[in-house]
Design a protein around this ligand. Structure first.
Ligand SMILES: *[C@@H]1O[C@H](CO)[C@@H](O)[C@H](O)[C@H]1NC(C)=O
Ligand SMILES: *[C@@H]1O[C@H](CO)[C@@H](O)[C@H](O)[C@H]1NC(C)=O
Ligand SMILES: *[C@@H]1O[C@H](CO)[C@@H](O)[C@H](O)[C@H]1NC(C)=O
Ligand SMILES: *[C@@H]1O[C@H](CO)[C@@H](O)[C@H](O)[C@H]1NC(C)=O
Ligand SMILES: *[C@@H]1O[C@H](CO)[C@@H](O)[C@H](O)[C@H]1NC(C)=O
Ligand SMILES: *[C@@H]1O[C@H](CO)[C@@H](O)[C@H](O)[C@H]1NC(C)=O
Ligand SMILES: [Cu+2]
Length: 580
């Protein structure tokens, strides 16, 4: 510890390396999982692209964690010229404050050549389907993998086996080209989705050249499967249907739901669903005279419609499915967007302590629209938020007393309708029950509209629905009667039409959230292009005292970029164990 840090640590009551639960993670320490982030040229969807990958593959390895158990996940940044972080998408990281993986919000990013030990403990009751991904720049297009939280008890619904389907999309420009184009004053769009991939596989067109193949999901006749769908796209909102198969939805974003039958799914970036699929019997397969069924995926709410496929197949090892023929025309009708799909309809399987209207202590309306001037950016109540905005991560500034949460709260409530425009945060106090309304509006130049999957870090939100026009409390309350809103971490702000008048309201999405877990939580659109263009917000929950009471004092090694909490080949990191 440098002299300066030592004196600051003493002043703030921070733990000295000898006190508290601070350990040197030398060779005797064995992380539970290791992830290595690299960049290189990689073949996907019949193309070559310079991409950031976890453990050299797309998807990265599937992690399986157990609810209520702490896992140490060591993430190496093996790149030479870029920072990285890993976010555990959908998990509530509140008792390990630096483990949420949001650069500039909850931690300094991992510098090139260094590594960071993430302390991850899925809460009891959170068994379900998640994923992990980088939270830096556009890396998450390819740097990601499935994360499954296993239950301590038998699953609520019985199934014989499970399959994970991570859906991603493909853009041929590199991350750097896309980010440069989006942030340049000569605004250049990334282009539209060129391929939809399942578990890294796609053959985008019949005439594609190269050896790429459709993903094959292999199942046996007669069994019941849990299919875990993960919306890991950069941009694409995907409608998905399986030829000749209906499914029951049983989980949304880590929460068991009452079974709901459907013949299609709409999966936006950041969302997850588990479904039960009853496989055909041998006799049914003989009647249908096929053992191979297309999984058809179509992009929604974009100027161009792309339809790609994967294959559900019942072949045994001796016979192989045909993974190079792309059906044309598509075997199923091309999907149309259903605005409000599942809203007010999908119900929780267990009581979820839903906050009623009379429990709401504060309503925050967040107007979102695109602004076009020398830069094309997305604004929330008039402000964009990008990783380069804060000089240091908010959580670090809270520990070092540089960010005064009392002052931000006061400013937000007295003059910002809940928003503090100096720190660009939405501060909240423990015990509040917020109603958060995302209000879509037409762009300033031509009234254009987009659909946005908004994602909440930290504690999950109660989704109280969506609708066209301007949010109307009474009308929504009427619609909510006799429904049982689910908790989730990502839901879609629809657009309802392609364009409207400049700044005219066109669609809203509303959430309630109990402010119970102190910390710094990002609420943002999960479309990577939109994030880069400023469509992100930061919520702070609780006061500094609440954060300290929850996590205890913090070692100074977390508080500087490349500090001693970040290890290297030659230097063991000094790591604080927050959860014991
Ligand atoms: C990732 O790769 C490293 C070695 O490169 C390996 O030790 C580790 O087990 C892999 N992680 C997973 C989760 O498979
Ligand atoms: C890495 O992050 C640090 C701290 O935020 C920043 O100063 C630096 O410019 C970043 N490096 C790169 C290559 O983006
Ligand atoms: C703006 O970008 C487009 C597309 O990349 C390019 O063709 C054009 O030359 C650029 N214009 C300027 C003024 O840089
Ligand atoms: C495949 O066909 C489509 C539509 O005819 C065309 O746009 C595309 O360029 C072709 N691709 C290749 C690799 O030939
Ligand atoms: C929004 O665009 C207008 C021009 O249309 C510009 O004057 C204003 O500064 C922009 N606002 C922001 C926050 O960039
Ligand atoms: C914050 O908003 C106030 C008006 O409420 C305005 O006067 C001030 O300039 C804004 N500050 C910043 C940094 O945008
Ligand atoms: Cu968006």
């Amino acid at each position: 510890m440098s002299g300066l840090w030592k004196s600051i640590a003493v002043l703030l009551g921070l733990a000295a390396a000898s006190q508290g639960h601070v350990y040197r993670h030398d060779h005797s320490f064995q992380p539970d999982h290791i992830l290595r982030v690299t960049a290189g040229t990689f073949s996907e969807a019949c193309s070559e692209r310079y991409s950031v990958l976890v453990n050299g593959s797309l998807p990265g390895p599937e992690l399986r964690l157990r609810e209520g158990e702490t896992s140490w996940i060591r993430v190496y940044n093996d790149m030479t010229d870029a920072n990285t972080t890993i976010h555990w998408h959908g998990l509530t990281a509140y008792t390990a404050p630096f483990s949420d993986g949001t650069p500039a919000a909850s931690q300094w990013p991992i510098p090139p050549g260094r590594f960071f030990d993430y302390e991850v403990r899925p809460e009891i009751g959170s068994a379900g389907t998640y994923f992990y991904h980088s939270h830096v720049g556009f890396q998450a297009m390819t740097a990601k993998g499935p994360l499954i939280v296993e239950s301590c008890e038998a699953p609520l619904y019985e199934y014989d086996e499970e399959r994970t389907l991570l859906i991603t999309d493909y853009f041929s420009e590199t991350d750097a080209e896309i980010v440069d184009g989006l942030t340049s004053n000569n605004f250049t769009w990334s282009g539209e989705t060129e391929a939809i991939l399942v578990n890294g596989y796609s053959r985008p067109a019949t005439n594609a050249t190269g050896s790429c193949e459709l993903a094959a999901i292999s199942i046996d006749p007669g069994k019941t499967y849990r299919l875990r769908f993960i919306g890991g796209t950069a941009l694409s909102f995907v409608s998905l249907a399986i030829e000749s198969h209906e499914v029951f939805i049983i989980e949304a974003d880590g929460h068991d739901t009452k079974p709901l039958m459907t013949d299609f799914l709409q999966i936006a970036s950041g969302q997850r669903y588990s479904v039960l699929l009853k496989a055909k019997s041998e006799q049914e397969l003989q009647q249908l005279d096929t053992r191979q069924f297309y999984i058809q995926m179509t992009t929604l709410a974009r100027p161009e419609v792309l339809t790609n496929f994967a294959v559900l197949n019942y072949f045994s090892h001796s016979q192989l499915p045909d993974l190079t023929t792309v059906p044309s025309p598509p075997p199923l009708p091309v999907a149309e967007l259903v605005d409000g799909w599942l809203d007010y309809e999908l119900e929780p399987a267990h009581d979820n302590d839903f906050p009623t209207l009379d429990q709401v202590t504060r309503r925050i309306i967040i107007d979102v629209h695109q602004n076009v001037s020398d830069h094309t950016i997305w604004l929330q109540n008039g402000y964009d938020w990008v990783q380069s905005f804060p000089k240091s991560p908010y959580l670090v500034d809270i520990y070092t007393n540089k960010l005064n949460l009392d002052a931000t709260y006061h400013r937000a409530l007295t003059r910002g309708n809940g928003f503090d425009n100096i720190t660009r945060t939405f501060p909240a106090k423990i015990g509040e029950v917020l109603e958060i309304v995302w209000q879509n509006r037409g762009t300033v130049d031509n009234g254009g509209l987009d659909a946005h999957p908004f994602h909440a870090h930290g504690r999950h939100v109660y989704d109280i629905g969506a609708g066209d026009g301007l949010y109307d409390i009474a009308a929504n309350e009427e619609r909510l009667r006799r429904t049982h809103p689910i908790q989730r971490d990502t839901s879609v702000l629809y657009r309802y039409r392609k364009e409207t008048d400049v700044l005219a309201p066109s669609g809203w999405r509303a959430w309630r959230v109990r402010v119970t877990n102190a910390g710094v939580w990002m609420y943002h659109c999960h479309v990577l292009q939109h994030m880069v263009m400023g469509m992100q917000t930061v919520f702070t929950f609780g006061d500094r005292e609440d954060i300290l009471a929850q996590s205890g004092p913090v070692d100074a090694g977390y508080l500087t970029y490349g500090g001693s909490a970040y290890g290297s080949e030659t230097k063991a990191p000094v790591v604080q164990h927050f959860k014991n």
